[in-house]
Structures are given as structure tokens and as C-alpha cells.
Write a protein that binds this ligand. Structure first.
Ligand code: DLL
Length: 444
């Protein structure tokens, strides 16, 4: 179990709906769910047909549990309707399209009306306020701006809160550092792996990032990260790193985020109904059980989605949080179900390996998981950089360190893995989502 670090800053509320009575929240969800189903049934050729085929009528949705009668939506549904066939309003009402990168297949398009953008801004404002970001702060947004939703989504939230924005976008790391220093940014928004890369570059420039960059809050998401990475972020770049989650299909960032208790990410349940399902059977799991996260949007105009399968693996917690927010929490995303590897019978996510590696002081921030085939079975090897301070010219010290890393992986994951210690600076860095797995299984 990952331990968590308690933060200092006090939480702020953007809107009273964050503390809505739980019963009222359920009533609101049901009302909005019924409206969404009715609209799609009447107006959307594709979803209307899917609902009819599943013999679900809007009048069948009487209580929230009836959601489970509705068929799932997957990325393939978005692909076959490329580019705009799922748009549920006249195209003249669409004010924005975002397009996914298509790294796992053809690109998918998501559309927004003016009020979708308005709600998206509010959700991100709630997330930032929850992290203690307030007027007077200066936020540097180093998520990519463009077809990716990260930059613009956080931007709208920050604008809504009335804080100063440096829209630096991703990349040009030395300039990022100069801007943070010259403009006295207090908040940095980017992927956690990029934040560590910014810290590393600052150190190479002779700076002490924690002191010289003087950031307070980190708005870190778009990729899985472990509690040991949080400790590194605290040690290296900012005292208060928070997790923010989202996906383009739902809006982008701002679906869920951590409050200062950081015991999971609050999902804005007046906009999205979360469920956890068994990815194999599709059956809805009990709170606390791990499975695939599924969302139904209940407050969207341009492209509402029913029971969208995210492939992200998490658990739900419906207990009221000490911060006072009544919106349920998803526990830190373990990874995507597509990324789960089965090695000699043991299921393992890259984030579990990361958790072990990043706890060890001698190891650097960068690692790579190399997937290969050993006969008919998958196998993997871990490459990890050693910190410059831990590099030794005495070979037996390096052999000892390698063995300690392998022992640590074995004791936590119950898996014998070969570890390769590599030179500091030798693995690829990323300015956006880090690519941690190198899949060589198709190669001889
Ligand atoms: O990554 C939106 C985003 C931007 C979220 C900035 C947070 C901050 P997509 O490119 O559509 O959208 O990718 C969505 O990224 O299904 C998860 O697999 C992963 N992901 C996003 N946030 C987190 C997180 C944006 N906090 C996919 N932890 C999702 C783990 C995350 N995985």
C-alpha cells in the first residue's frame, strides 16, 4: 500500500455544489441522467439505435442503478463515427473540436458547445481552488496547447479563478525555467514526468530548483504517477504536488482532482457518474473493488457519452472526505488495463515498478520497461538511471546496487526481474506524457 504525504495548504471551495448533500447529489444525477438518455434516444442516430437494440427506453431509467441497463460506449464507437457523427447538436453550435493523438489507433474527435466550454472552465476552476490556488497566484501552464486538451483546459480554469497565467505550453525546458524565475510563478501545471525533467535541467544549470524556482503548487496529471514520485517532486521542485485526472472524451483535465487530504481524487459527480466494472464481464463492482473506470456524462451538450469505458484501472471511495466535499473519490489511477503486463503469471502495471524504483535514493528519475518475448511468454527487463551521486567506479558497488533493486522489486511485487543500471542522462526524457514501456515483443 502506498503511504501518502500530508500537505500544508488549506483547501478552498470554488462553488457550494462541492459540498452538496449526498441525497441531493443523487437526485440531481438521476434527473440529469434521465435528460441525457432522453436526448440521445430522440436525437442521436447512433446512440438511439444502440439503446433500442438493447431494449432500453428512457422511461426505464427510474433509479440510478438502472444505469447498468445501458450499453457501454468504447473508443471504437468514437472511431466508427469519425469525425463528427456523434455530435448531438447542429455543427453551427460547436465552438471547439479537440482531437486525440491516435497513438493507440485512428484519431478521435470531441466537440464542445459554448456552454460545454463554460462548464469545463468551472470544473477546472474547482480543481485548482481545491489545490489551494487562488487570486494572486501565477500559474505556468506547461501542458501542450492545441489539439491536446491539457493546456487549454487548465487555462480556462485558471482564467475563471482570476489568476495570472503564463501559457508557456510544453517544451523548451530552459525557457520554462527562465520564465518561472523571471515571472515568479507560484504554480506549475504539467505532467509529473516533465516536472522532474524541469527540475533536472535546472540542477544542470547550477540552480537549486526548490529554492530558485520557488514554486508552491504542482498541478500534475495526464499520466499515472506513484506516491514515490510525489516524494521526489516534493524534494526536487515544489512542496505541494496534486494529482489531476481527465480524458478528452469527457472534456479533458478537470474530471477529478485531489484536495489537500490527498486520499483519492474527487470526481465532479454533478457532471459525471463514475462506475467501476469488471473489465472482463462488464459487471458493476462494489465500492472499494478494483476495476475499470466507466463514466457517463450528464451535463454535456455537444457530445454526451453513456457509460464510456476509459480502460483506466482504479477503485471508488464514497465516504465523505475530511475536506467536506461530498463528491466521491477515485483512487489514484494504477494505469490503463491495456498497459497491464502478465509476467510469469503475475499481473503488473508500470506504475507498480515505478513505485519501487522511485523509492530508492540511489536511482534517478528515469526508467524504462522493456517488454520482450521469452518463448511464448512475455518477459520484461527494467532499465533505470543511477543518480550521478551514486555512480561508482568500483564495479562491485554497482553490482551490489543492481542486486538491491532486484531484491526490492521481488519483495514488493513478488517477481524476479532483471534490472539494468544505466548512466545518468542516457534514457529518453519527455515534455508531455512519458513513454515508459518499450515493447519489443514483435521484434526478433
Ligand atoms: O490527458 C487530459 C488531462 C490533461 C488530464 C492534463 C490531466 C491533466 P487524454 O490525452 O485524452 O487526456 O488522455 C486521457 O490519460 O484515460 C488516463 O489513461 C491518462 N490520465 C490522465 N490523467 C491521469 C492521471 C488527458 N492523473 C488518459 N493519472 C486517461 C493517471 C491519467 N492517468
Amino acid at each position: 500500500m502506498e503511504e501518502c504525504v500530508i500537505m500544508e495548504s488549506r483547501t478552498l471551495f470554488y462553488s457550494s455544489i462541492e459540498m452538496i448533500d449526498k441525497k441531493e447529489l443523487k437526485e440531481l444525477q438521476l434527473k440529469r441522467l434521465r435528460e441525457t438518455v432522453q436526448i440521445l434516444y430522440d436525437k442521436n442516430l447512433y446512440f438511439g439505435k444502440k439503446l433500442r437494440q438493447a431494449k432500453v427506453k428512457p422511461s426505464d431509467i427510474i433509479k440510478l442503478d438502472d444505469l447498468s441497463k445501458i450499453p457501454f460506449t468504447t473508443k471504437d464507437d468514437l472511431r466508427v463515427n469519425y469525425p463528427t457523427k456523434l455530435v448531438n447538436v447542429g455543427l453551427d453550435q460547436v465552438v471547439r473540436f479537440h482531437v486525440s493523438s491516435g497513438t493507440t489507433g485512428d484519431p478521435t474527435v470531441v466537440a464542445y458547445t459554448e456552454s460545454d466550454i463554460d462548464r469545463w472552465s468551472e470544473l477546472n476552476a474547482r480543481c485548482l481552488a481545491m489545490m489551494g490556488v487562488k487570486r494572486g497566484d501565477i500559474i505556468q501552464i506547461a501542458y501542450g496547447y492545441g489539439l491536446f486538451t491539457g493546456g487549454l483546459g487548465i487555462h480556462y480554469g485558471a482564467e475563471r479563478l482570476g489568476i495570472s497565467i503564463i501559457p508557456s505550453s510544453a517544451g523548451n525546458t530552459k525557457r520554462q525555467i527562465k520564465l518561472i524565475r523571471d515571472m515568479h510563478a507560484t504554480v506549475l501545471a504539467c505532467t509529473p514526468s516533465y516536472a522532474l525533467y524541469i527540475a533536472e535541467t535546472a540542477i544542470q544549470e547550477g540552480l537549486e530548483p526548490k529554492k530558485d524556482l520557488n514554486l508552491r503548487v504542482g498541478v500534475f496529471g495526464a499520466e499515472p504517477w506513484s506516491e514515490s514520485v510525489r516524494k521526489r517532486l516534493i524534494d526536487q521542485i515544489c512542496p505541494e504536488p496534486y494529482d489531476i485526472y481527465g480524458l478528452s472524451e469527457l472534456c479533458g483535465p478537470g474530471v477529478a482532482a485531489e484536495c489537500h487530504y490527498r486520499n483519492g481524487l474527487h470526481v465532479w459527480a454533478d457532471n459525471f457518474i463514475p462506475e467501476i466494472i469488471d473489465p472482463k464481464t462488464g459487471e458493476v463492482l462494489e465500492p472499494g473493488e478494483e476495476g475499470e473506470l466507466v463514466f457517463t456524462t450528464i451535463n454535456k451538450e455537444a457530445m454526451p457519452l453513456l457509460r464510456y469505458r476509459t480502460r483506466d484501472v482504479s477503485r471508488m471511495d464514497f465516504d465523505t472526505c475530511s475536506c467536506g466535499r461530498t463528491h466521491p473519490r477515485i483512487l489514484r489511477i494504477r494505469g490503463r488495463s491495456d498497459d497491464m503486463m502478465k509476467i510469469r503469471g503475475v499481473n503488473v502495471f508500470p506504475s507498480q515498478i515505478e513505485y519501487v524504483l522511485q523509492r530508492m535514493d540511489e536511482l534517478g528519475d528515469q526508467y524504462q520497461i522493456v517488454l520482450t518475448k521469452l518463448g511464448p511468454l512475455d518477459d520484461l527487463k527494467v532499465k533505470v538511471e543511477v543518480k550521478p551521486s551514486a555512480v561508482s567506479d568500483k564495479p562491485w558497488e554497482m553490482v551490489g546496487l543492481k542486486k538491491r533493486v532486484e531484491d526490492e522489486i521481488r519483495s514488493v511485487l513478488n517477481l524476479n526481474l532483471e534490472v539494468d543500471l544505466v548512466e545518468p542522462g542516457s534514457l529518453p526524457r519527455s515534455e508531455g506524457k512519458a513513454k515508459r514501456v518499450l515493447d519489443l515483443r514483435g521484434q526478433a
